[in-house]
Design a protein around this ligand. Sequence first.
Ligand code: AMP
Ligand code: ZN
Ligand code: FE
Ligand code: FE
Length: 291
Amino acid sequence: MVVSGRAYDLHAHTTASDGRLTPKELVALAADAGLAGVAITDHDTVAGIGEAMRAGEARGIDVVPGVEIGASGDGADIHVLGLWIDWTDAGLLERLALHRDVRRARNVAMMAALRGFGFDVALEEAEAVALELRGGDDRTVGRPHIAELLVRKGYARSTQEAFERWIGNDGPAYAAVERIAPEEAIRWIHEAGGVAVLAHPGLYADGDRWIERLSRCGLDGVEASHADHDERQACHYRELAARCGLIPTAGSDFHGFRGSLPFHAGLGSRFVGQAVVGELKARSTERRRLR
Ligand code: AMP
Ligand code: ZN
Ligand code: FE
Ligand code: FE
């Protein structure tokens, strides 16, 4: 797909978490797609950003340093995107490192649950799946890697089936651990000079209530347009964002390809224009000035 104008896709994953393309490959694809900018928002890590920024400079595309922080609200996963963060901020790096320890404990609990269902699987094997796709420290192992392991061992026919039957949010082997509250994730992002955006509200049991509640705790924006929202939902969230004084954003949540199909949605399939980018950048600049 080739998008025209000054479009930014504000949500994408690389091999630093559960995406399939390296940061460099992802940035090259974004440039080829005609995007003016792309945000790198890996789960709980900024490990891919340095490589992506270098690739962005080489290809003449704006790489937005970001992160997708997995928080928990009322026992469910709530994702908060941090955009235009200072990804070298020592406080943020320390917080994310501790946060990854909680993710690892979650993964340990899920593997134990899967063994309880009779599967011969170990976390080290899921880590090996992740490592095969990339190397390095500070990278996160996520459910897509566990899903891939279940497929490779013949316990599921596809990663989608692995999610549907076992490890999706309502699945019997899913472990919901207590993580930081979304309000805390917003604070981490602000203290690192970034803007905080509630990711994919349509995936939560009560997205509207979260938008209203977090808009009173400093949330800057809401991801109105997302791979898993239909046009009706996107319109609804744009209206709700306006009512709550939030900036509506857009992101594909691209994770690379499974075979020839994009996992989640194609890079650049959801995007914002210069006006939204300008507003978000201005907030980040103001926040850094106040730091
Ligand atoms: P984690 O951060 O380890 O909890 O994994 C979250 C990731 O798992 C998401 O970013 C998606 O890529 C993937 N995921 C979650 N739920 C599903 C689902 N029902 N079907 C397919 N992929 C999913
Ligand atoms: Zn993911
Ligand atoms: Fe997410
Ligand atoms: Fe995501």
